[in-house]
Design a binder for this molecule. Sequence first.
Ligand code: SF4
Length: 519
Amino acid sequence: MLARDRLAQHYPLVVAGGHATYNPEPMADFIDAFVIGEGEEAIVEIARTVLAWRAGTANGTAASRPDKRALLQQLAALDGVYVPMFYEATYNNDGTLAATRSTEPAARLPVLKTIVKQLPPPVTRFIVPGVDVVHNRAAIEIMRGCTRGCRFCHAGMVTRPVRERSVAEVIAAMREVLQHTGFEEIALLSLSSSDYSHVLELVDAIRENFGHLNLNISMPSLRIETVSVDLMDRLEKQGRRSGFTLAPEAATERMREIINKPVSTRQLLETAKSIYSRGWTTIKLYFMIGHPDETIEDVQAIADLAHAVMLEGRRALGNRAVLNLGVSTFIPKPHTPFQWSPCDSIAQVREKQALLRREVRGPGIKLSLSNPHESQMEAWLSRGDRRMGAVIADAYARGAKFDAWGEHFKYDAWMDAFAANALESTFYTHRERDVAEALPWDHIDAAVKKSFLAEDLRWSARNQTRVDCRDKCFACGILPKFIEERRATPADAWQCPEVKPIHLRGNSVPQTSQLIVVA
Ligand code: SF4
């Protein structure tokens, strides 16, 4: 099971990627290599490296191949590849991390995420399931990254810079998808679809090209504004009208300022009114509870807002109006401004959930809450350090498998595993971390500066919001890290400002201090 025990075997080679691996440390014992960042190009480089390693001998037989350590050394030299075996973590007497250091010359410190300069053509030849599945549709990514800077949002921080696909590319991809798969539903994906620069143009082009096909087009992650309703109104005119999802995340304007999702309650209610009055019968609202600055009044406000939204529904649709309320528990994520914040204790979460169960009732309203124990596990796995590996292996041996399925979740197995390994689970969840503390994921570089995150945390404490960084660049750190990539792409390919060297003559690579940002 452990990567170091597999060194003598050539296979399996276990490589992991995706957003969760921005803190790879809890899984460091089990994985041979992590891809930090975007996989489109990295996966090709990894495949080439493995093929070259396999062909590294005259007859190419397994017995005569160079050992696996040699392969891992080559992988560690690739952009964005982190081979945890080549790093060592040391700890202070109080249990906090002292440092993570590299033990192998090929292993870089830090490991900078890898990105694609421009989004490659989207996948259009999907495997079409023969049975009905949950997400029975094709997905086309229209934009990657987000410029809004919601402080709790891991994806918004780690997927910078924002890159978009052109309308022509999206339309061509849709046409191919329809030809190759026969799907009747297409999801146009991004972290914030209303912020896609050409969204109106895209909607018009979809109507023009596919309006006669009665497709169901979904555009998740729309901003809370009536313009979003206009958009969906135009998109869904020819198709079936399903539920409309909004994610205010917090119910008071104060909390929405703290998390940097500033939208007024009036705007939210106007949007809800517009949705119900244009024929959508169901609104889904997503909230979070558990931020350390949240009061019980902020939680009560979730219930009050739900009833206010439902009132709009009743006025427009009578008893046909439905409101689904999903309330999850806030887990402060690595590489976000809240990475130093503590989680609510289970008792605090239970108190808030009890209030919601009591207050959010009524015909047409459905409330769903996350299991506080499962949220704790999410926190250990996303915020833990390398010592979590022993806990994971131990919990597994005690029967913890398929924990994402509620009926298989064995909280006691995890608690016993923490105790057996002399670790305190609350060390990872309920402790506020000092901004100067070394964090388990500090050697993983998401390209947003730690100093920017710390400054944003201070802004949050003052209820100070940031505007969309397309309107004002806050110098989060992306541009100095990816200067060559930015210079090699057209001005409008990224939403970050253009960067030009002061010394426009000559071929020398400019230093960060020599950059001028062309806003
Ligand atoms: S460099 Fe500026 S524009 Fe680009 S993501 Fe960072 S803050 Fe936003």
